[in-house]
Design a protein around this ligand. Sequence first.
Ligand code: GTP
Ligand code: MG
Length: 570
Amino acid sequence: MSVLFRSFINKGRKNLFKKLLNSTQSTCRCVFFRKYSGSEKKFVSFDEIVAQRRSEAKRSIVVQVNSQASFKELYGYCSKYATIKDVHHYKNNNDEHFMLIEFGSEESLQDVLRSCSTHQKDLDTMAVNSPFLWFRTANGKTENYATPTTVLASINGIEQVNEDKLFKELVDCETVSDQIQLLYDRTRLNDLGVRLRYMVARQIECMLESLYANVAVRPFGSSINGFGKMGCDLDLVLTNTLTDEMWYWRGVQTRAGARLVAQTARVEGGRAPWARHMQALGELLELRAAGAARVQRILNARVPIVKFAHHYTDLECDLCYNNMSGVYMSELLWLFGSLDDRVRPLTFAVRRWARAVGLTNPHPGRWITNFPLTLMVLFFLQQKTNDGHVLPTLKNLVRRAGKEDIRIAEENLNCTFLRDMNKLPPECYAQNKVNLQTLLLQFFEFYSQFDFQDKAISINEGISVRKPNSLPLYIVNPLEQALNVSRNVSFEECERLKAEVRNAAWQLEAGMDKQKGDDWGLLGLVEKKTTRGLKKLLRVGNSHRLVSVKDLFNDTDDKIPEDSVKSKVE
Ligand code: GTP
Ligand code: MG
């Protein structure tokens, strides 16, 4: 967020706070934010997790406070209205303090919300319902509140790990496997990170509930698929709460017999109705969603989205419309990740490595992204080696699906696969007990030898299949097998991927020994390649190096710009 934008927000907020303090009644201290211009089962199912998270969000509010010290007062104030389950504290990038409060029941939350001032609610025909509030300083004498019966569940709860500290810890690990596990434990999205993502979804849902029937806003992608790191973006989809039951309606029971049918608005001229809804959604976010800023409408893309930044939670959000296949894809990735404890740490290591060598990039372009990279890891883990495989094929999960697993997404896309992993026979997964260090090395070796020229990666089959066209990198879309999820990847980027996996295999094998110094094991792979680091690599005789000596020493900056590295492929 730019400094200019922050100071604008701050200035706006200060003026608004001043105005509100003068104009609202003193007894109401939680105030809506307004726009200023804003039998022991081994496996739990994805649906159960999502239902629990959605329910938590429906029982929670996020309150801006002066500091962490406001906990006691806020707790005392809110517990007058309802039973509190948990309170989490966090700060955003602007150093503003917030408390996420989870209440015992949805009814309790409604009691708290009814106690809120919505700033001249009675006069405001455009009042908005929102779980994002702020806690006003007490007017006059402070009340004596009861001492909290719980402690803060987290303090500075979304603070990202300090990189220097992380690297020091990685240096001190005993084995590469420990390093991979530590990287995962320290950087994965934590409980509060997930809660806040569901809170933003809930905020938009509340905003739309007054306009649309049965509306649901669901997070998907890395926020919920088990492969998200702290600070990852928030992908949201606007759907119907009944979507999951759609399949049932289709074939088994239709509403054709109903004689009262709702009149629908005739949308004339110009864009398709859904595009107009997305357009309107952009307007609504600007007008009605406190904390939403920098709203952008990207409606010509294959999956049209509205992008926005959420100021109170520091989240970059992409909201799309009726894209249930994205949710089912997230479910699929989550299920694969839940089958074996090594899947997620290994994927984190690969994603971090790819970022460090500049294979992935936060901006869209002709390079591979985290999603296809994750599919590459899953595909590798499906391989039947001498040690046995780690993950089943998707074909296997589809074959075992029951009636309860049937899901049909938009455009009749069949997203049916086994959802309850308790029904999967044990011989279908975790057949080898190889450690993370070996798996990572095998991953790089596997792709060093992979025939990218003629073969496609398919987690449906678990074996490579013939490429249907000559695109440089072909990774079959698991839910829409005629599509390639890496169709954007250029020839040069694919060549770089091939070279970097060879490089990494060599580097990891050569650097397994802790005695090798500060960049042993995983460190040599995940540290940003600095000129110093690369010079060192060359000194030890890296035969697969990607960057010519001349190019390297021309680069006087500590960090080699990604674009220049990309153009230096041999
Ligand atoms: P990061 O945002 O990089 O942390 O990872 P992500 O998994 O969230 O990826 P991204 O935001 O790019 O995409 C969000 C989700 O959309 C993915 O997890 C997939 O479920 C889905 N997705 C992404 N790319 C494709 C694609 O090419 N085809 C399909 N069908 N789904 C995709
Ligand atoms: Mg994402």
